[in-house]
Design a protein around this ligand. Sequence first.
Ligand code: HEC
Ligand code: HEC
Ligand code: HEC
Ligand code: HEC
Length: 108
Amino acid sequence: MMNIRICVLLICGALVASATAYALTPPKIVRMASAQGEVLFHHEEHQAAVNGCRDCHHEGLDVPRCRDCHGVDRMIPRLKHAFHRQCRNCHIKDDGPTECNSCHKKSL
Ligand code: HEC
Ligand code: HEC
Ligand code: HEC
Ligand code: HEC
């Protein structure tokens, strides 16, 4: 599964580097492990809530994973901070859930 995804990324990158439309297939659900409790992020449902991919993937989709930048370089805010800022701020603004356990599930 992972290998297929990496292949798709490489092929898309090579073939449509200059195309305007995104050719990446977004995941349906992203599971994020965390000490506070796993977060299940329904990617597909969230796409409808914004204007475009760039509202979240603010650096574009050449590097779609937040964790490839946040937490890697000291000059970039760490992952927890980046997620809480982006996820929670929108939930506060657009009436999404803000309780800790609405995102962090202690037992799954
Ligand atoms: C509401 C925020 C949000 C929106 C809107 C959004 N994404 Fe995402 N996307 C995420 C998050 C968060 C992840 C998980 C990042 C991580 O694991 O570090 C992700 C992961 C991905 C991944 C998987 C990366 C990987 O290999 O694990 C792809 C591909 C992707 N998004 C494409 C898209 C596309 C295309 C769109 C627009 C149609 C889009 N996303 C819109 C937040 C969003
Ligand atoms: C290619 C690298 C890269 C990727 C991928 C990336 N970011 Fe960032 N992000 C940055 C950098 C660099 C900054 C600092 C920008 C600045 O200071 O102006 C930043 C800043 C932020 C901020 C503002 C933090 C603050 O203190 O105000 C948020 C929120 C954020 N990113 C969330 C995300 C999320 C969520 C994802 C994945 C959907 C993501 N980022 C993907 C590089 C990246
Ligand atoms: C652009 C705005 C926006 C962003 C960014 C956003 N959300 Fe949401 N989210 C919403 C809204 C609006 C709802 C309420 C949807 C509803 O009730 O139908 C919601 C609902 C949820 C829910 C409860 C429903 C479900 O899908 O399980 C969870 C959990 C959730 N979001 C997690 C996250 C996480 C984790 C992130 C960051 C990776 C995130 N959200 C980023 C707008 C956003
Ligand atoms: C809108 C969704 C959302 C809400 C609400 C939320 N979080 Fe988070 N939180 C996340 C995401 C996404 C991560 C990053 C998970 C990862 O590291 O993969 C995270 C990470 C964390 C981490 C870091 C865990 C680790 O393993 O490093 C802590 C601690 C945390 N959250 C505490 C809280 C607390 C306390 C609250 C309530 C005040 C809260 N969170 C509310 C989404 C949320």
